[in-house]
Design a binder for this molecule. Structure first.
Ligand SMILES: [Zn+2]
Length: 78
């Protein structure tokens, strides 16, 4: 599945599209890229991408499963 942002036309990954399900709802048909969705939510695109990571780590089935080498990897400073 590859969606295109309805606002800016940017392509997005299935994980980025899945954020729309998380933040807007399962009924969503018009997908927003992390930048536009973040704008609506008052969050940065970086934050939105970090949330993908969080949801993946939670095992949320809307998102692709963590691959080997990805688990336990933490970014972000103090
Ligand atoms: Zn966009």
């Amino acid at each position: 599945m590859s969606e295109v942002c309805k606002r800016c036309g940017a392509g997005m990954t299935s994980d980025e599209a899945a954020l729309n399900y998380k933040y807007i709802g399962r009924h969503v048909k018009d997908f927003l890229c992390p930048a536009c969705l973040g704008h609506d939510l008052g969050a940065t695109p970086e934050t939105m991408r970090q949330m993908i990571d969080v949801f993946r780590r939670q095992g949320c089935r809307l998102f692709s499963p963590l691959g080997s080498g990805e688990n336990g990897q933490t970014s972000g400073g103090t």
